[in-house]
Design a protein around this ligand. Structure first.
Ligand SMILES: Nc1nc2c(ncn2[C@@H]2O[C@H](COP(=O)(O)OP(=O)(O)OP(=O)(O)O)[C@@H](O)[C@H]2O)c(=O)[nH]1
Ligand SMILES: [Mg+2]
Length: 463
C-alpha cells in the first residue's frame, strides 16, 4: 500500500432530509481525525479494535468559527482498520442525523481536524489502487448506483463479483501463455523452427478470438442497460402520438386533443422494458406550417429523430402511409424504424400495407390498448433486448475499445503466422504483446492517471 497519501473525507449520503447521513473518513490519519472530533465514554476511537461502533457526539474544533468546541450532532462512529475496509485503509464512518445542516457540520469538523475533501470516486479509486478490486469492478460500483432497473442492478452485481473480470483475465492469461510460447520459438535458429508448434499456436489464438468476439457481442445490450434507449414517437399531426405515449406509460403524461398540432415541445418519460430504460419521446406532428411555434417544435422533432435508437413512426390505420409519410420515411433508417398503424379500432379492416420497403409492423389502438403489448415486445426485439431475467456479462464502451484493440492485434498476429514467413514471427509476438495491453487496460493491469481520472470523474463524491 502507498503510505505517502493523505486522509480524505466526504459526505456519502445524499444531502437533504433523511433519517441519517454518513460522513466517511479514509486514510492514515482517519483515527486521529476521529479522536479530534468525537466525544464519547471510554477509550478514544484510536484505542478501540476494528469493527467497534461507538455512540457519542461530534464536536467542532475550537478553531471552527461559531462552533467553539460545542457538540454538533449525536452520532454512531464505526471503525474499520486497514486492510479490512472499503478502501483497504483505516476508515471511520460517522453516522449523524440526516439533513443539510447537521451533515455539513460534521463534515466541516472532520475537515478542520485535518482531513481533505475527497474528489469524485476517490474512495473507490483507493480501493482499486490498494488492490481490493480491479477497474472493471470499480466501474460496477457506479453501474449499481446508476441502475434504473432490477435487471441492470443484477448485472452490476455480477460485474462487481468479478464475472467480467475473470472472463477478461482468463482471455488475458490464454494470450499471455500463447505469446510466451511464440517468443520461445524465436530462440530457435533460422531453419530449425519446430514448425508443428506454429499451427497449435494459431489454433490457440483463434480460440482466444472466439472468446473476445463472444463478449464483444454483449456491448449493444450493455449500453442499453446502462444508458437506456431513446425511442421517438413521430408522425403527422393527429395520428395519436401523444395518446400512444400515454397508453405505453399508463398515465396521462401528454396533452391529447383532436386539434392537429397539439404537441409543440417534445415530451419525455421513461418506460422500463425487460430492464432497459426506454426514454419515450413524444414529438410535434410533422407537417408544413406557417406557425413559428409549431415550426420550432418540428425542428426539435427532427433533432430527436437523428438521436433515436428506435423510431415508432405512426400513421392512421384508416389511411395507411400517405405521400407526406412516405417522404418522411425516406429519411428514416429502415433498421431503426417501426411503422405503426394507430386507431385500428376505427379501421374497418386491418391493414396489410407494404409501401416500397416499408411494411406496417404493428397495428395498435392507443384508445383501447389493442396491440400495445405486442408493440412493446417488438420495441424490445428491434433494440436487441433479451428477456427480463437475462443477466450476466454486459460490457461497456470502454471495455469494448480495449477488446477491439486486442482483437485487431490478435488478427494481425494470426495473419502473420499464417504467412509462413519466419521473419514475421517476431512481428506476430509484438502484436500479441499489444493485444495484451488492450486487455490489461480493461481490468487495470495497466493504467495511467489520465485513465483513472476519466473513469472516476463519473463517480459521485463520497463513493
Ligand atoms: N378512436 C381512436 N382515437 C384515437 C386513438 N389515438 C388517438 N386518438 C384520438 O386522436 C386525436 C389526436 O390524438 P393525439 O394523441 O393528440 O394525436 P397526436 O399525434 O399527438 O397529435 P399532434 O400532437 O397534434 O401531433 C385525439 O382526439 C385522440 O383521442 C385511437 O387509437 N383510436
Ligand atoms: Mg401530440
Amino acid at each position: 500500500m502507498n503510505t505517502n497519501i493523505d486522509t480524505i473525507a466526504a459526505l456519502c449520503t445524499a444531502p437533504g432530509k433523511a433519517a441519517i447521513s454518513i460522513v466517511r473518513v479514509s486514510g492514515p490519519g482517519a483515527f486521529d481525525v476521529a479522536d479530534a472530533v468525537f466525544r464519547g465514554s471510554g477509550p478514544k476511537p484510536s484505542e478501540r479494535t476494528a469493527g467497534t461502533f461507538l455512540h457519542g457526539f461530534v464536536h467542532g474544533a475550537d478553531t471552527i468559527v461559531d462552533s467553539e468546541g460545542q457538540d454538533l450532532d449525536e452520532v454512531i462512529l464505526l471503525l474499520y482498520r486497514a486492510p479490512q475496509s472499503y478502501t483497504r485503509e483505516d476508515v471511520v464512518e460517522l453516522q449523524g442525523h440526516g439533513g443539510q445542516a447537521a451533515a455539513r457540520r460534521i463534515l466541516a469538523a472532520v475537515l478542520e481536524a485535518g482531513a481533505r475533501l475527497a474528489g469524485p470516486g476517490e474512495f473507490t479509486r483507493r480501493a482499486f489502487l490498494n488492490g481490493r478490486i480491479d477497474l472493471v469492478q470499480a466501474e460496477a460500483v457506479m453501474d449499481l448506483i446508476n441502475a434504473q432497473s432490477n435487471r441492470a442492478a443484477n448485472c452490476a452485481i455480477d460485474q462487481l463479483e468479478g464475472h467480467l473480470s475473470s472472463y477478461i483475465g482468463d482471455t488475458y492469461n490464454k494470450i499471455l501463455s500463447t505469446a510466451a510460447d511464440l517468443e520461445a520459438v524465436l530462440d530457435f535458429d533460422d531453419g530449425e523452427l519446430p514448425t508443428p508448434i506454429l499451427p497449435e499456436i494459431m489454433e490457440r489464438l483463434k480460440s482466444s478470438m472466439v472468446s473476445i468476439n463472444a463478449v464483444l457481442k454483449t456491448w449493444e445490450e450493455g449500453r442499453l442497460l446502462r444508458e437506456g434507449a431513446v425511442v421517438v414517437i413521430a408522425g403527422r399531426p393527429n395520428v395519436g402520438k401523444s395518446s400512444l405515449l400515454n397508453r405505453l406509460l399508463g398515465s396521462d403524461r401528454a396533452i391529447v386533443t383532436d386539434v392537429p398540432g397539439t404537441t409543440r415541445d417534445t415530451v419525455e418519460e421513461t418506460l422500463i422494458v425487460h430492464g432497459v430504460p426506454m426514454r419515450l419521446v413524444d414529438t410535434a406532428g410533422l407537417r408544413d406550417t406557417d406557425c413559428r411555434i409549431e415550426q420550432e417544435g418540428i425542428t426539435r422533432t427532427q433533432g430527436m429523430l437523428s438521436r433515436a435508437d428506435l423510431t415508432l413512426y405512426l400513421v392512421d390505420a384508416a389511411m395507411g402511409p400517405v405521400d407526406d409519410d412516405i417522404q418522411q420515411l425516406e429519411a428514416c433508417d429502415n433498421s431503426t424504424t417501426v411503422l405503426v398503424a394507430n386507431k385500428c379500432d376505427l379501421a374497418a379492416n386491418l391493414l396489410e400495407l407494404r409501401t416500397g420497403t416499408w411494411e406496417i409492423e404493428a397495428q395498435v389502438s392507443a384508445a383501447t390498448g389493442q396491440g400495445i403489448e405486442r408493440l412493446t415486445e417488438l420495441m424490445a426485439e428491434r433494440l436487441g433486448v433479451s428477456a427480463d431475467d437475462a443477466t450476466g456479462i454486459y460490457i461497456s464502451e470502454r471495455h469494448r475499445m480495449g477488446l477491439l484493440n486486442a482483437k485487431k492485434h490478435c488478427e494481425a498476429a494470426i495473419e502473420q503466422l499464417g504467412s509462413e514467413d519466419e521473419g514475421l514471427i517476431v512481428t506476430a509476438a509484438t502484436e500479441l504483446r499489444s493485444a495484451l495491453e488492450g486487455l490489461g487496460e480493461i481490468i487495470g493491469k495497466r493504467y495511467d492517471t489520465a485513465l483513472l481520472d476519466r473513469i472516476f470523474s463519473r463517480f459521485c463524491i463520497g463513493k
